[in-house]
Design a protein around this ligand. Structure first.
Ligand SMILES: CC(C)(COP(=O)(O)OP(=O)(O)OC[C@H]1O[C@@H](n2cnc3c(N)ncnc32)[C@H](O)[C@@H]1OP(=O)(O)O)[C@@H](O)C(=O)NCCC(=O)NCCS
Length: 168
């Protein structure tokens, strides 16, 4: 990896979809952070991406050259009475962590969410995921509850923490 090449944060685009898939796959295969163990197939990724565009998802990708190394996604909720609210997903490739990329991605999509009129961003994070919880707390997300024994993986239960950020 070239240390001199800059990280760019920009809206997701179809030309980098395969690289995004690799990025999602690598974080998924770490097993402990996401609720998937590998990325969906290429065709499923294409369908999901198209659905995201239709549903006005706000999705930024961090790139290093032409490699996607991180993502942040805000998905507006279209359910009755919940359209002020949204769901957030985030990840950075292991070898690119602790360089401020997660923070940059979060700042960008949160700003877009507020500009689009959303008033609430929520997420669920495993209770042992200290890096992510620290980042969310720094950005003002508050703990809203614990989902006990929410995950059962490799013979072990893990709680999940519900967190949310309100516009004001
Ligand atoms: C959570 C994650 C996105 C953070 O990305 P990142 O680019 O490493 O984060 P940043 O470098 O922008 O760090 C921002 C803040 O996050 C917190 N943080 C990040 N890594 C941390 C770590 N290993 N330990 C403790 N705090 C950490 C710190 O508060 C940090 O601020 P600081 O640098 O001033 O101390 C990254 O660790 C990741 O992709 N993890 C795996 C996927 C995941 O957990 N996604 C979230 C699922 S809910």
């Amino acid at each position: 990896m070239s240390e001199t090449q800059e990280i760019t944060v920009a809206p997701a685009s179809t030309d980098l979809l395969e690289s995004f898939r690799e990025c999602l796959d690598s974080v998924s295969r770490e097993r402990i952070y996401l609720n998937r163990l590998e990325a969906p197939s290429c065709s499923e990724m294409e369908e999901r991406f198209a659905a995201g565009v239709r549903n006005r998802f706000m999705q930024d990708w961090a790139t290093h050259g032409d490699q996607v190394v991180g993502w942040a996604l805000v998905m507006p909720n279209d359910a009755f009475g919940l359209t002020h609210s949204s769901w957030l997903a985030l990840g950075v490739r292991r070898d690119f962590r602790r360089r401020g990329i997660g923070r940059r991605l979060m700042d960008g999509v949160i700003e877009k969410a507020w500009q689009s009129g959303l008033e609430r961003i929520e997420l669920i994070v495993w209770s042992d995921n200290r890096p992510a919880i620290d980042l969310y707390e720094k950005l003002g997300f508050q703990h809203e509850g614990v989902l006990r024994n929410f995950r059962f993986l490799d013979g072990k239960y893990t709680d999940a923490v519900m967190m949310a950020l309100l516009r004001d």
